[in-house]
Design a protein around this ligand. Structure first.
Ligand SMILES: Nc1nc2c(ncn2[C@@H]2O[C@H](COP(=O)(O)OP(=O)(O)OP(=O)(O)O)[C@@H](O)[C@H]2O)c(=O)[nH]1
Ligand SMILES: [Mg+2]
Length: 298
């Protein structure tokens, strides 16, 4: 007799920069979630779907756990908590390349306590950067941090090391259930969302200091055109006019570079050529304003 089909939601949580988005992308085999070397890249709960012959795992990539400093941070922590509540299985990702290891964030521990009946698997990520000795020490350190965890598994999200094993462990924990999504679906977010994320990713790569953290992106127009490039207009929202100047650059060069980099990825996403027009707008203190946060999708 064949095994019954299993299906469920799998939350991926952990500190900023641990490699949560990288892990989800590697598991799914597509670059769905944006990734950057800077912390706090992910701001929303991002859904990614993996369907095999035996199972459907609906992954929820989340913003990294941090001490909230402003309302945007609080929204980010709410969305991580929401993912924990929706999930059937929790993958707690750690970065073991950090010397001495970082303890699991206290806010994550308290959120896990609220969902303590759910299985948690600890993933020790970035094993490609450390020795076997460090991996062995990390197993002990994190099992001690979270004694209720059902398993501790070393992985490299970037190099796809141990992900087959992880997938079979995921299968063990998912309930017997019909698939939630059609087998070919990779996500449930609209194309606009991914376009905004791609532009944000390029900002994370091309700008430093507070700029990536002070920007939001909104697609304001998407005009599909037959036999011609689609027309996309997007606004980049910043908090101060000085930031607007930095984003635009001398003679508009910075904004042009940004638009070019984003356009290439957007074209891969939509599978055709696009015209991308970017505008920069100042919305003072948007990160602290509930209404603006909502209108920007947070
Ligand atoms: N060496 C190595 N680097 C990795 C691995 N996984 C992720 N990274 C790198 O770590 C950095 C952060 O990766 P992300 O996937 O953006 O991390 P995240 O946990 O989603 O971060 P936030 O969204 O900011 O919370 C990127 O530079 C990745 O390339 C890994 O297994 N090995
Ligand atoms: Mg991320």
């Amino acid at each position: 007799m064949s095994e019954p089909f299993r299906s469920g939601y799998v939350a991926i949580v952990g500190v900023p920069n641990a490699g949560k988005s990288t892990l989800m992308n590697s598991l799914i085999g597509e670059k769905l979630a944006i990734v950057s070397p800077k912390p706090q890249t992910t701001r929303n709960k991002i859904l990614g779907i993996l369907t095999t012959d035996h199972l459907q795992a609906v992954f929820l990539d989340t913003p990294g756990y941090l001490d909230p400093e402003y309302p945007l941070h609080r929204k980010m922590m709410e969305s991580a908590k929401g993912a924990l509540k929706e999930s059937d299985l929790i993958l707690a990702l750690t970065d073991i390349s950090i010397p001495g290891f970082a303890p699991i964030h206290p806010l994550l521990l308290s959120h896990l306590e609220e969902v303590r009946k759910k299985p948690v698997v600890i993933l020790l990520n970035k094993t490609d950067r450390v020795s076997d000795d460090i991996i062995a020490k990390a197993v002990v350190f994190y099992q001690d941090q979270l004694p209720a965890a059902r398993a501790v598994l070393p992985v490299s999200a970037r190099d796809s090391v141990n992900l087959d094993l992880l997938l079979s462990r995921i299968g063990e924990f998912l309930p017997v259930h019909e698939p939630y999504f059609p087998p070919d679906d990779l996500s449930s977010h609209p194309v606009r969302f991914f376009i905004e994320e791609i532009i944000r990713e390029k900002i994370f790569f091309q700008f430093d200091k507070e700029i990536p953290y002070s920007t939001a992106v909104q697609v304001i127009q998407y005009l599909e055109q037959q036999d011609r490039a689609d027309k996309i207009e997007a606004e980049i929202i910043v908090e101060r006019s000085s930031q607007k100047g930095i984003l635009i650059g001398k003679n508009g060069t910075k904004l042009r570079d940004l638009g070019q980099a984003a356009r290439m990825d957007i074209e891969k996403l939509v599978g055709k050529q696009v015209f991308l027009k970017l505008f920069v707008k100042v919305r003072e203190k948007w990160r602290r304003d509930e209404n603006q946060l909502k209108s920007f999708g947070y």
